[in-house]
Ligand binder design. Structure first.
Ligand code: LRH
Ligand code: MN
Length: 390
């Protein structure tokens, strides 16, 4: 087994990598056509966190779980925090949700009716209260707000209302809390979306302050977008707060990260590394945002964090000195070859050996399949309603 030279030079950085898991990936999800069930799917937030803890146990890569409100609402978030810690994980990003309430038909933080905006702002205030109980630092805001037909509403007025609403929410954060504003170029709105691109998110968060940053969901760009360029630019501007990792062939498919386009994931992680995103003091958080509509959810999440780890290892193996030299000499093919060499380096055997050296399963996917845990969950979790997006 050939260990890529310099692999031992990257393990310190790999050991620092942590990828936050989305609680909702463990529940049922689907499309407007069908949401399928799966035996053993969690029935509540406590069971979702137990499944996330299993992913961390198998990979050592996922020490925190993001929650979505109200999907993960519980009586006592302090008790939920203790539950998570007993299982060896932390509660992470709190995701607000203003995209499933009748009142938000024509918008939430952008709505023309001040009473509806108040309701939406109060929902974010409640999410901040929850952050105090869970010890979370990040409030993530994604808005479905937009219109379906030209003329339906004033694009300018909506931006100004959004800015005022975000300012009230930002004011409520305390000194160690941040908000990240996620953009998406369409869906569920089909003519315009109020936060459609990185430029709009950047403009809105820049008006708020240092603890307001952008969230880049890899499935939220128009086909053909050079996402790694946006990663570089937002990091250059000091405004990239977090990633929602997933992959897609067409729209916001929310498939397993790296499944649809592993080379794109490699290029994105190369820019993350080149711009200090894996440095010890990096402000960038890494989260998955996926839906396992037909595949098993725990192995789906295990596969996902392993895909990020593998592409991170390959990107860390880029021979920077050789690349800098080739770039300086305008050696176009030479420079590209340096990057492709790293991309085509099979790091899996070395990673397996490294995991074993840290007391982790060499092959987490196989170890999980052989553990019988999935069968145990299917037998144990009988009755009750399986969790989902509602
Ligand atoms: C919107 C989104 C957002 C979440 C939701 C689950 O498409 O990416 O991050 O709130 O998915
Ligand atoms: Mn997302």
């Amino acid at each position: 087994m050939t260990v890529p030279h310099r692999f031992d030079e990257i393990t310190e950085t790999l050991a620092r990598q942590s990828i936050e898991l989305p609680s909702w990936a463990f529940g049922n999800s689907g499309t407007r056509f069908k949401v399928f069930g799966t035996p053993g799917t969690p029935r509540d937030t406590h069971e979702k966190i137990a499944d996330a803890a299993k992913v961390h146990e198998m990979t050592g890569l996922a020490p925190s779980v993001a929650l979505h409100i109200p999907w993960d609402d519980v009586e006592d978030f302090t008790e939920l925090k203790a539950h998570a810690e007993n299982l060896g994980v932390e509660l992470g990003t709190i995701n607000a949700n203003t995209f499933q309430d009748e009142d938000y038909k024509f918008g939430s933080l952008t709505h023309s009716d001040p009473a509806i905006r108040r309701k939406a702002i109060d929902h974010h205030f409640r999410c901040i209260e929850i952050m105090h109980a869970t010890g979370s630092t990040d409030l993530k805001i994604w808005l479905a707000d937009g219109t379906n037909y030209p003329g339906q509403d004033s694009l300018r007025a909506r931006q100004d209302r959004l800015a005022a609403s975000l300012a009230e929410i930002y004011e409520r954060l305390d000194a160690h809390q941040r908000l990240v504003l996620e953009y998406k170029f369409f869906e569920p709105a089909f003519y315009h979306t109020d936060v459609p691109d990185w430029g709009t998110s950047y403009a809105q968060v820049s008006a708020l302050g240092d603890r307001a940053l952008t969230c880049l969901d890899t499935g939220h760009h128009a086909p053909g977008t050079n996402i790694e360029f946006i990663v570089m630019q937002l990091m250059r501007l000091g405004k990239l707060g977090s990633f929602d990792f997933n992959s897609r062939f067409y729209a916001d498919d929310d498939l397993i990260v790296g499944a649809a386009d592993p080379f794109q994931l490699f290029r994105i992680l190369y820019e993350v590394i080149a711009n200090g995103g894996l440095d010890e003091d990096s402000p960038v958080r890494f989260m998955l945002d996926q839906c396992h509509n037909i595949e098993e959810k725990i192995p789906g999440q295990i596969r996902s964090v392993l895909n990020v780890q593998e592409m991170t290892a390959r990107a860390l193996l880029v021979d920077r000195a050789a690349l800098d030299k080739a770039q300086a000499e305008h050696d176009v093919l030479g420079a590209n070859e340096v990057l492709m060499d790293a991309f085509q380096t099979d790091v899996r055997p070395a990673l397996a050996q490294w995991r074993a050296s840290r007391g982790l399963p060499e092959e987490p996917m196989r170890a999980y399949a052989e553990s019988g845990h999935q069968r145990h969950l299917a037998e144990q979790r009988v009755g009750g309603a399986q969790a989902g997006w509602g």
